[in-house]
Design a protein around this ligand. Structure first.
Ligand code: NDP
Length: 492
């Protein structure tokens, strides 16, 4: 299942990089090298973009009837279902995430392809009533060659979020996975090819984002950049893409609020809030990492939250009963720990966790305890900056107005959750939260078909829904004169 070496995927072939060099990829739970991966050079990016452009220009994929593209997207999903266990295991081995989390993400990736198979059939142009003698229609055309750059926290799912709509729209793709987690994107490209996606339509280049990623973004052969990753990287990408006015969509970071009102079902709010922060080892863009609890239930809530946090099992990611897997890298453990220490220096207090863990049998892996930090104010750096680990900061609020003000007091606007039994309040508050995704009395933020994306510095553009097809197409407006007499606009 796991190969020793993974090559680039260009023009339907597995190929060595021009330099013949490789980089190591690791299992974060063991710290061991699990495979070598071809290190793409700029010349490889040129080849991949050329393959994608040829595939676009020869029009094979884009001119397939939507029904044929849909059939192939469904076939991709079918092969992924057949290889479900293998995909989950590869994802766990390369990312360290708990199998239970990987299963949900691989299933969602499969459903993405099914969603966009259906969307490809439903997506269409329109006609507008125009003055007599004229006829108007719009055509949706593929936006072109798409550079797609994805992060390490959901390697396969993020690749699927990007590849599926681009294929549905008839685009061709050069995808760059994160250097820490390149394996499942390469396997996915192979599956797409096996399902019938013509050569050159999907290409995957692996290597450094700062080098080949940036080069890809600037490449004149690329028409659109779709990026998921850190907000600072997103800003850099937007600036680079501006030189050739590429279309850009950005799914960036978050510091999402989780509001627990005094009338909430406290036990449900505790369980949902635990999942909201500790799922995927807290390495989620939509992690609800700022927990705001009404002052009247603060002590009770916090007591229950910590008691439940103690029950979470951190350890062997392949054990189905594990809740929290490994952190992606030793460097990320350092980042997490430095934020926890910073919180203490800022005057906050670690109520639970706040330390590196050693897991028996996985001593060389990267682990961090689920952590709860209290005595926090929203202006502290730990309340404003994305930590990207299993760390929640908890604050009190007095009333609804203050809850909304604190929730919105951040540069980010990806997701927000709220817990209340008051129906009117739930929707009143949802309407005031500056976030692209709002969860009421549940912790789930992403389902195929429901638009996902950010407000403010969490980016722009929506994924996971039919709206995404707009972002992978250009609209051509065609106005035809069909009158009997010739037109003579100047009347001369
Ligand atoms: P990074 O921004 O560091 O990297 C993301 C991808 O961009 C990687 O493939 C990386 O390559 C590449 N990259 C890095 N620098 C450049 C550059 N200058 N030009 C082009 N590409 C570049 O993010 P992380 O991988 O650290 O991912 C975590 C981030 O992703 C978090 O901030 C998280 O919130 C965000 N995220 C957002 C989501 C959303 O939907 N809003 C969903 C999931 C994550 P390499 O790996 O080689 O450095």
């Amino acid at each position: 299942m796991l190969k020793d070496r993974y090559l680039l995927f260009i023009n339907g072939q597995h190929v060595e990089s021009e330099s013949g060099e490789y980089f190591d990829t690791y299992n974060p739970a063991t710290g061991e090298v699990i495979a070598k991966v071809a290190k793409a050079t700029r010349a490889d990016v040129d080849k991949a973009v050329e393959a994608a452009r040829n595939a676009l220009e020869n029009g094979k994929w884009a001119r397939y009837p939507a029904s044929r593209r849909a059939q192939i997207l469904n076939r991709i999903a079918a092969i992924m279902r057949e290889r479900f266990d293998e995909l989950c295991k590869l994802e766990v081995l390369n990312s360290g995430k708990a199998l239970s989390a990987a299963k949900g993400q691989v299933m969602q990736a499969i459903e993405d392809f099914e969603l966009y198979a259906a969307a490809a059939l439903a997506f269409e142009g329109r006609t507008k009533p125009v003055p007599k003698g004229f006829f108007h229609y719009t055509v949706k055309e593929p936006v072109g060659v798409c550079a797609q750059i994805v992060p390490w926290n959901y390697p396969l799912m993020m690749a699927a979020w990007k590849i599926a709509p681009a294929l549905a729209a008839g685009c061709s793709i050069v995808l760059k996975p994160a250097s820490l987690t390149p394996i499942t994107a390469l396997v996915l490209a192979e599956i797409c090819h096996e399902a019938g996606v013509p050569e050159g339509v999907i290409n995957v280049v692996t290597g450094s984002g700062a080098d080949i990623g940036a080069y890809l973004v600037e490449h004149p052969g690329v028409d659109k950049v779709a990026f998921t990753g850190e907000t600072t990287t997103g800003k850099d990408i937007m600036a680079r893409a501006s030189e050739t006015l590429k279309r850009v969509t950005l799914e960036l970071g978050g510091k999402s609020p989780n509001l627990v009102f005094e009338d909430a079902d406290i036990d449900a709010a505790v369980d949902g809030s635990l999942f909201g922060i500790y799922y995927n080892t807290g390495q989620s863009c939509e992690a609800r990492s700022r927990l705001f609890v009404h002052e009247s239930i603060y002590d009770e809530f916090l007591h229950k939250f910590v008691e439940k946090a103690k029950k979470l099992k951190v350890g062997d990611p392949l054990d189905p009963s594990t809740h929290i897997g490994a952190v992606i890298s030793a460097k990320q453990v350092d980042v997490i720990d430095s934020y926890v220490r910073l919180a203490e220096r800022e005057g906050a207090r670690v109520l639970y966790g706040g330390e590196r863990l050693t897991v028996p049998g996985f001593e060389k892996g990267h682990w961090y305890a689920p952590t709860v930090i209290v005595d926090v104010t929203n202006d502290m750096r730990v309340a404003q900056e994305e930590i990207f680990g299993p760390v929640v900061v908890v604050m009190k609020f007095r009333d609804e107005k203050e809850a909304v003000r604190l929730a919105n007091d951040t540069i980010y606007g990806l997701a927000a959750a709220l817990w209340t039994k008051d129906f009117a309040r739930a929707h009143r508050v949802a309407g005031q939260l500056k976030a692209g995704v709002v969860m009421i009395n549940n912790p789930f933020s992403a389902f195929p078909g429901l638009p996902f994306g950010g407000y403010k510095q969490s980016g722009f553009g929506r994924e996971l829904a039919i709206e995404s097809l707009e972002l992978y197409t250009e609209t051509k407006s065609v106005l035809a004169y069909i009158g009997e007499k010739p037109l003579n606009p100047f009347g001369v």
